[in-house]
Design a protein around this ligand. Structure first.
Ligand SMILES: Cc1ncc(COP(=O)(O)O)c(C=O)c1O
Length: 391
């Protein structure tokens, strides 16, 4: 019988914080500039060279989405977005004064498709916000091509997808703007934080202005509306230490995902996300499994809980929650959204997840769905070299 590596619970997610992170943050504390300083600009420059376009750091992914919408002139009307995702996307749209118009998703990937966008379209639509859910690249190239003929901006919600690529291009860089998030469960963390990238310099200028009370300079010159959506130098210092190692962690996540997929592939009752098309790259954010139906999913979650393992039903449809159950536009029944949200369960997944713990999680799941351990593919011993998987 497999056992976990320690007696504590196995969490869903855990950030990787090491000596270099502590040193970087402590260095800021030893100085006097705690906000609006050089670390924030340095981290922005790191992202600008990674993405090849202007970037602005803000206080969260939600703020990044809201400011992107505002910078692109969205202040009302409707915004097409999936219901299958995290509620922050809808909250940002609502805060910008618009109404989310929920489109259904691909039944296997959980992402919007061009077809689903066209089916949901309405003349009141002012923007489209596809979500690269779990790091799976949504077909934003197709959506952008269709939307640009109609002068509709596409804002990519890449909050879960730092490192993902669509047709060889970083997600977030394909639409009019893209947003990333740095909450501690993300590919890298600032504690809290968000990023807007855009090929349009004026969009990033507007985001920089609005994140800092509408300031046009470091002094007391203001040009219109603004907020405090800044980050501190402490957060930027943590980000500077993290960005050095994020690609290594993305490879480690790839490796863990491949191991889980190998364990579950022989079981017809456990689905995992499909491989992405050639030319695309998925930077895994979370690892969801999809069980036969809601009651199996809940039974598996209860078994995991009973064995000291955290899990979460990812993601319930946003349109099921107030105010979106009454204040949104749901043009169809969203059958694919319902299917995924009833059956989806995120299981422990983070770079520091030890192989014995990962195997223990897989064995509890296989046991709970009614499989016996011999049906598991043999797994390599923990000392096996950690080859990054194919994507
Ligand atoms: C898809 C998606 N959009 C937006 C957000 C919001 O990011 P934050 O929590 O940093 O505001 C998240 C964060 O979890 C997310 O997963």
């Amino acid at each position: 019988m497999l056992q976990p590596s320690s007696s504590g619970r196995i969490p869903l997610s855990r950030p990787t914080i090491e000596g270099v992170d502590r040193d970087s943050v402590l260095q800021v504390l030893e100085g006097t500039t705690l906000a609006l300083g050089p670390k924030t600009r340095e981290l922005e420059e790191r992202f600008e060279s990674r993405f090849g376009m202007p970037a602005a750091l803000v206080s969260s992914g939600t703020a990044a989405l809201y400011l992107s919408l505002r910078a692109l002139g969205v202040e009302g009307g409707e915004v097409i977005t999936p219901s299958y995702g995290f509620v922050a996307t809808a909250h940002a749209i609502a805060l910008a004064g618009a109404t989310p118009r929920f489109a259904d998703v691909h039944p296997k990937t959980g992402c919007l498709t061009l077809d689903s966008v066209i089916r949901a379209f309405h003349p009141a639509v002012r923007a489209i916000v596809p979500v690269h859910i779990f790091g799976t690249p949504a077909p934003v190239d197709e959506i952008v091509a269709w939307a640009s003929e109609r002068q509709i901006p596409v804002i990519e919600d890449a909050c879960e997808a730092l490192g993902s690529e669509r047709c060889g291009r970083s997600v977030g860089t394909i639409g009019s703007a893209g947003t990333f998030a740095f909450y501690p469960n993300k590919q890298m963390t600032l504690g809290e934080g968000g990023l807007v990238v855009s090929p349009h310099g004026e969009v990033i200028e507007a985001v920089r202005r609005m994140r800092n009370q509408g300031r046009t300079s470091t002094g007391l010159e203001f040009a219109g509306e603004g907020f405090n959506f800044r980050i501190t130098e402490l957060q930027a210092a943590l980000g500077l230490a993290q960005i050095e190692r994020v690609d290594r962690w993305i490879e480690r996540r790839d490796h863990l995902a491949a191991r889980y997929i190998a364990d579950f592939s022989a079981h017809p009752g456990i689905e995992t996300l499909p491989p992405v098309p050639a030319g695309d790259r998925r930077s895994w954010f979370a690892f969801p499994i999809f069980l036969e139906n809601r009651s199996t999913r809940d039974r598996v979650a209860a078994s995991l809980d009973g064995r000291g393992i955290d899990s979460a039903p990812y993601f319930p449809g946003i349109d099921r929650f107030p105010p979106y159950d009454s204040a949104s536009r749901v043009p169809s029944d969203l059958p694919a959204t319902r299917g995924l949200s009833d059956r989806g369960l995120a299981i422990p997944f983070f770079p520091g997840l030890a192989e014995p713990d990962r195997r223990f999680v897989a064995s509890v799941i296989l046991g709970a769905v009614g499989s016996v351990e011999p049906r598991m593919r043999p797994v390599a011993p923990p000392s096996a070299p950690s080859e990054p998987s194919s994507r």
